[in-house]
Unconditional design. Sequence first.
Length: 427
Amino acid sequence: MKQITLGSILLCFLSFLACNNNDNDVPIEEEDDSPVLTENVEVYDDALLENGFVLVVENGGNTSFFIDKAGNRVKEYDFGTNLGNDLELLENGKLLGIFKSDNPTFSFGGYGGKIRIMDDQGNIEWEYINSDDNQLSHHDVELLPNGNVLFIVWERITAEEAQANGVNTEIDIFPEVLLEVNPNTNLVEWQWRSFEHIIQDFDSAASQFGVIGDHPELIDVNYNTFENGDFMHANGLDYDPIKDIVYLSVNFYSEVWVIDHSTTTTEASLDTGGNYNKGGDLIYRFGNPEAYHNSVGSRLFHNNHFPNILEENEIGAGNLLIFNNGIDVSQSTVYELDIPDTFSLIPNADNEPDIVWSFTDPDLFHGRISGAVRLKNGNTLITEGDYGFWEVTDAGEIAWKYNGLIGNIWRGYGYTQDEQAIIDLGL
């Protein structure tokens, strides 16, 4: 007779329990770690989006704030005064912004007057006032690698001086100036004046008369008719440290002008000197050949904002992103353009850059402000000024949409969680 031991009984009992449990397995539900989205987030595809933060810059508002991709405000600044328009987070966690003058003697949309560098809490560390009877800073500001600050300025040209230079006007006009200021000394270290590089075919007895189509390097000062003197209305700039050039978005010309920053201020007033030996004349321009009477090349822009050169660590380095407002068709488009290595600006020739990438959508349109930046993962973050943000992939897939609800956003800047400035802010 087979002997049954206590060990064998225990083994059978354990086997029975194991079999019984296998027959009646109940799946264990995994915890849902998806973020809780705010009402602002209308599209959220975590497989496509870049999980980081966006600095939301209100257009002319007195606040700005960071949001995460769930739509939560994770840090907010209250400046107590209105932006005039741009605000940027610097690598050291400080802020660079342009703010509105308290009592400007003249003003147009996007006016500023005060340039500030602030600490990570928004406290003013440096301020430069550029607001008087003859000058007013506006729209955009840029920190240069040398530590200087570059910004856009309107300057007053009296009606009499304008008429002597062939401008068809009865009022004072306000063309664009670029100023570079050293924050340590508050001295202007470089200046470029657009009025020193004009041409006109209106008055043969006045200065600057010539055949506009023969001189694409010069600015047709009568291209636009105007009522208030703001006939260029530059609205954005970017600096390319590799080529030492400035890209200037000129809204009322529907163009981007390229200016040689390697010149001295004296050379910038002439047509020789600098790395490109053209002084302060335009070394390149694109977006609207009609602006310089060029019948060759297709017009790309109908009002434009934010020329944004892609840096060495960004996908598409050397190319330029820009927001075409598309007022002519009530449809906005973001373009990535292949900026030529060698600039060629020839009369009666196609001088336009090639389109590398573009994105549009039937719902994407705003005739003012707006822009686009390239994120670290290759997506493009688009600011639609009266709506909010679109994050789209290279293939045109919509990864994220954020309805700002405030309806007036100047720009948005994207940051990853591991960037030092973000870490220093404790986000």
